[in-house]
Design a protein around this ligand. Structure first.
Ligand code: G6P
Length: 616
């Protein structure tokens, strides 16, 4: 999705800071990039389709003057194909106003027609150029940049986060947000706006989060936030505990590999401060206010999310059913609006999102709240929309996740869901103290049990499997029970970054269709660690083998039965069944990574994908 940076400083040249911010936003997925500066009473723009390096080459050829204020943008095409003319920033036709924008303006066709009637000539196919011209028209009428912004956004239907500046308003910038993320960074020598916090960590760790419908006026020394009605809002700064280093590769060839290897720490950071081995109580921070009584009263739990978080949601439902005996359902958040309306008063809905900005998940959250339901958000980004709007919050402490293919967020989410299931189980007296303590001890032990997955021996095994998989065009992933969502996640990782077609199936379903695909050499990845479905999974492996299919199995190191059947073993340590998904997903993430590496794919920024999908 598009990324935005805007910055105004009291001294120096701000452009390099904006470019650093843009590079941090690369992870969101983009096809073009651009910057604009306001200096000496002139707006100047440079923009290029392709990578930021193409923009930098353009900037080396056609230098921009030193400036105290600038905007920058990485574009993920929605209106108009990737091309220089469609790249942001966009100006009005008189070159008086410049805008960067993330979102979709739904009524842009009507607005554009209206402006064209007034004689405005457009040079791009974007909805954003419409905003620039609306803003310029308002500015001519009012002479006040903030009033012009209010007048312009009043005409917009749809989602936007935008930052603008204008000739004649040097030193001033304006920003607005509705349904697309935008944060304001407050530093010693300047004020900054961006799509997310990592883009500004090199400048500040003090942030303000704009709420939906709010606008902001900022200079290097001051900022004012206004609500949707135009009333001044006072808001405290929030300190971000992420460091700039966490958003860097730190010597790894790819963010994805770094993030996979961070998973033991993610588990520890997300869990270990939240329980005591002595008392067995799980406590979340102040953002989580549900009492034991509230948890006892709930008649069902609903889990909703998208992508990798959806796979975590499927597992959350199973964990809570098992540990708290609470019935549940899991919905893809984008499907919620079309599902039957059930009583919300007796339900609790858990919305899971790494970014806290996924449009479908936010839409589902707001709909649940409107219907009178209670929402627990599980989220990795402090200050994100989900974190702010959910009734109750459990933060996963993964640190910034940069690789587009989500990895450590999944392990953070499973850890949080496991704790939540224990918390509910204890509140509902389905778990006694001893059982609760044992479950928490199991979780603590997993932290070190993950270590062998990063040793050379495991790497050799995974690399051999990846070499085998790389030339294939299609692949099945199978698992049963708790291991079915792991199969789904393994398939998602492979297709996301290697572009090999991969499908996750419940192993029992294989005979009802997918088996038709299996012929000699067809690869089938089976998640086959011990548990209630183990024997049946072995039978499914036999069925694949009988048809000449090739088996890659996630299995315990010492498992001879699986070893006798499989062509490749992705070895994992043996852990309690409820925690096996946390362990089993790791070799599948590594398998996808190694396969993409063999194929020479762009691992951290796979084609067409965006890290955070902020449109429905
Ligand atoms: C995008 C990302 C996925 C992610 C999904 C949900 O599709 O590419 O990696 O799982 O969004 O994101 P969220 O931030 O809500 O977890």
């Amino acid at each position: 999705m598009c990324g935005i940076v805007g910055a105004v400083v009291a001294a120096g040249d701000v452009l390099p800071e904006v470019l650093t911010g843009l590079r941090t936003l690369e992870y969101r997925g983009y096809d073009s990039a651009g910057v604009a500066v306001l200096a000496g009473g002139l707006l100047e723009v440079r923009r290029k389709s392709g990578r930021i390096s193409a923009l930098e080459a353009e900037l080396a050829d056609r230098r921009l003057p030193s400036a105290l204020q600038a905007v920058g943008h990485t574009r993920w095409a929605t209106h108009g194909k990737p091309a220089d003319r469609n790249a942001h920033p966009h100006r009005d036709q008189d070159n008086q106003v410049v805008v960067v924008h993330n979102g979709i303006i739904e009524n842009f066709v009507e607005l554009r027609a209206e402006l064209e009637k007034e004689g405005v000539a457009f040079s791009s196919e974007t909805d954003t150029e419409v905003i620039a011209n609306l803003l310029a028209r308002q500015l001519r009428a009012t002479g006040d940049l903030h009033a012009a912004l209010l007048g312009a956004i009043d005409q917009l239907h749809g989602a936007y986060a935008l930052v603008a500046m204008a000739v004649g308003h040097e030193g001033e910038m304006v920003a607005a947000r509705r349904d697309s993320p935008l944060v304001l960074g407050v530093g010693a020598g300047g004020r900054f706006a961006a799509s997310d916090m990592p883009a500004l960590l090199h400048l500040t760790r003090d942030f303000l989060f704009l709420e939906n419908g709010e606008t902001c006026v900022f200079t290097a020394e001051s900022h004012r936030i206004f609500d949707a009605a135009g009333k001044l809002v006072s808001r405290d700064l929030a300190k971000c505990d992420w460091t700039p280093e966490q958003a860097e590769k730190g010597g790894y060839p790819h963010f994805m590999l770094k993030e996979i290897e961070e998973q033991p720490d993610v588990l520890a950071r997300t869990a270990f401060d939240r329980f005591r081995d002595s008392t067995g109580d799980v406590t979340f921070e102040d953002g989580f206010q549900l009492t034991d009584e509230d948890l006892r009263r709930a008649a069902r739990l609903r889990f909703m999310a998208m992508g990798t978080s959806f796979h975590a949601a499927l597992l959350g439902q199973q964990m809570t059913a098992e540990l708290a005996r609470l019935p549940g359902e899991t919905l893809n958040a984008s499907e919620f609006l079309y599902s039957p309306r059930l009583a919300e008063e007796t339900a609790i809905t858990v919305i899971i999102s790494q970014s806290g900005e996924t449009a479908d998940s936010l839409r589902a959250m707001r709909e649940v709240k409107e219907r009178g339901g209670t929402v627990i958000g599980i989220c990795n980004v402090q200050g994100s929309t989900l974190a702010r709007e959910a009734d109750h919050l459990i933060l996963t402490h993964c640190g910034p996740e940069v690789g587009v293919a989500s990895t450590k967020a999944f392990v953070g989410q499973l850890t949080a869901l496991y704790l939540l299931a224990i918390r509910i189980g204890r509140a509902r007296e389905e778990l006694d103290l001893d059982k609760g303590l044992a479950l928490l001890r199991d979780l603590r032990a997993v932290r070190t049990q993950l270590d062998p997955l990063f040793e050379p021996e495991t790497h050799v095994a995974i690399r051999a499997a990846a070499d085998f998989l790389a030339p294939k065009s299609s692949c099945l992933f199978l698992g049963r029970g708790l291991l079915f969502p792991v199969a789904l996640e393994g398939a998602l990782k492979l297709k996301e970054i290697s572009y090999i077609h991969a499908e996750g199936y419940p192993a029992g379903e294989m005979k009802h269709g997918p088996i038709a695909l299996i012929d000699t050499d067809f690869p089938v990845v089976v998640v086959a660690t011990p548990g209630r479905a183990y024997k049946k999974t072995l039978s499914n492996m036999e069925e694949v083998k009988a048809r000449g299919g090739r088996l890659l199995a996630v299995a315990c190191r010492e498992d001879e039965k699986v070893a006798a059947l499989a062509d490749f073993i992705l070895p994992v340590p043996s852990v309690p069944e409820l925690l096996a998904p946390i362990v089993n997903v790791v070799p599948l993430q590594l398998l996808a990574y190694e396969t993409a590496l063999v194929l020479g794919c762009d691992i951290d920024q796979p084609r067409n994908l965006a890290k955070s999908v902020t449109v429905e």
